[in-house]
Design a protein around this ligand. Structure first.
Ligand code: UD1
Ligand code: UDP
Length: 377
């Protein structure tokens, strides 16, 4: 079988490495296509190096742009590669513009798409990611849903064929790298941090960072934290903070360590040892419940409701008082802290990559890896 894997951003690299490793374990060498949606060293190459992902076959250098520019450029460049290479299946992961571009380019060439992390829904169609998720799922032939809840979302939209609940490859990634992070990363020592005595913060979601009002609310939260905190700034957020004249203010907050984005081993070690994490990231909502660290999500909805139901994640939005209320409760109420830390991981056993590869190899062997004319028969 000749699979192609299309990816372009930080979380896609992290979550697809377990699939690539599982293919290699079965002596299949997938074609690797990096769109270049993320291109800074800290957003891309550092992960390729740390996760030992060499042998990228195509670097498409799509870069940044408006939604349509980025998606359109990626689609045009991916199509050229697919026409030359004619893989048996194209694998995409998640909800980025790279995913949408890969899925549309592929299905229109009648190459079946396998969507890893299918069926997630925030039910907020103002998010670019929600549009990408819905369209990618409907363009896909094989849908690897991480949970039963994701499967149900697909059923609600009439997608019942080709759906496999396999867990989330983020569990594979965390299990494969947490121990290594403990051994190799010196991030706590570098920043002078003690385990469970600091918060870890990330924020990059367009709805939080693209409006001055929301970014100011984020900054207000950062100014009022009751504990030391580390804040690796995503390039989108850095750009907006600069644009709105807020970057210096953030840099000057006393108990906040502001840093560029970190490599995976540093980030995992920081995450594992944090008192709590505040984030609007999807992947970090997943990792915190796997690592047993309380998560406060700086959003009003989530496509990972399993984490909230399990008790490991609270949606606090950008409400300063609500954020501080939960932080105080975590600091003062031992039972509450324990209950959040011990919330069960809903994302599987860390064998998702292997499961995905076995399913694809089996479909291929049976001659069932095709674009069907209808899902409804
Ligand atoms: C994208 C995904 C988002 C995902 C995130 C992971 C979409 C619509 N969004 O958001 O779902 O959670 O990646 O981190 O696909 N930039 C740089 N250097 C880089 C990359 C980006 O400076 O290496 C800056 C550019 O100014 C760019 C901005 O960040 O315009 C946003 O980048 P973009 O790839 O459009 O979206 P993300 O916010 O990274
Ligand atoms: N991450 C990282 N360094 C950082 C911030 C995040 O390695 O400075 C990792 C994090 O561990 C997780 C992934 O990046 O696996 C999440 O990516 P991001 O928040 O950019 O995207 P999302 O998951 O929201 O799509």
């Amino acid at each position: 079988m000749k699979p192609a894997i299309v990816f372009g951003t930080r979380p896609e690299i992290i979550k697809l490495v377990p699939v690539i490793r599982a293919f290699k374990d079965r002596d299949v060498d997938p074609l690797l296509i990096h769109t270049g949606q993320h291109y800074d060293y800290e957003m891309s190459r550092v992960f390729l190096e740390e996760l030992e992902l060499d042998g990228i076959d195509y670097h498409l250098e799509v870069g940044s742009g408006t939604q349509a520019e980025q998606t359109g450029t990626a689609m045009i460049k991916i199509e050229k590669v697919l026409l030359d290479e004619r893989p048996d299946v194209v694998i995409v992961q998640g909800d980025t513009n790279t995913v949408l571009a890969g899925a549309i380019a592929s299905v229109k060439l009648k190459i079946p798409v396998a969507h890893v992390e299918a069926g997630l829904r925030s039910f907020d169609r103002t998010m670019p990611e929600e549009i990408n998720r819905i369209l990618a799922d409907h363009a896909s032939e094989i849908l690897f849903a991480p949970t039963d809840e994701a499967k149900k979302n697909l059923e609600r939209e009439g997608i019942r064929e080709g759906v496999y609940v396999v867990g989330n490859t983020i569990v594979d990634a965390v299990l494969q790298n947490a121990e290594l992070a403990g051994k190799k990363s010196d991030v706590l020592e570098r920043f002078g941090l003690k385990p469970k005595e600091y918060l870890l913060i990330t924020a990059h979601r367009a709805e939080n960072t693209d409006s001055r009002e929301n970014l100011e609310r984020l900054v207000e939260i950062l100014e009022n934290l009751p504990m030391k905190a580390v804040y690796p700034i995503h390039p989108r957020t850095k750009k907006r903070l600069e644009e709105f004249g807020l970057l210096e203010m953030v840099g000057g907050i006393g108990n906040l360590i502001v840093t560029k984005p970190l490599g995976y081993l540093d980030f995992l070690r920081l995450e594992k040892n944090a008192f709590a994490v505040m984030t609007d990231s999807g992947g970090i909502q997943e990792e915190t419940i796997i690592l047993g660290v309380p998560c406060l999500t700086l959003r009003y909805n989530t496509e990972r409701p399993e984490t909230v139901k399990a008790g490991g994640n609270v949606l606090v939005g950008l409400e300063r008082e609500r954020v501080l209320k939960y932080l105080r409760r975590l600091m003062e109420d031992r039972k509450f802290y324990e209950s959040m830390s011990k919330a069960p991981n809903p994302f599987g056993d860390g064998k998702s990559g292997k499961r995905i590869v076995e399913i694809l190899l089996d479909l291929y062997k049976r001659g069932e890896l095709n674009v069907r004319s209808s899902r409804f028969i």
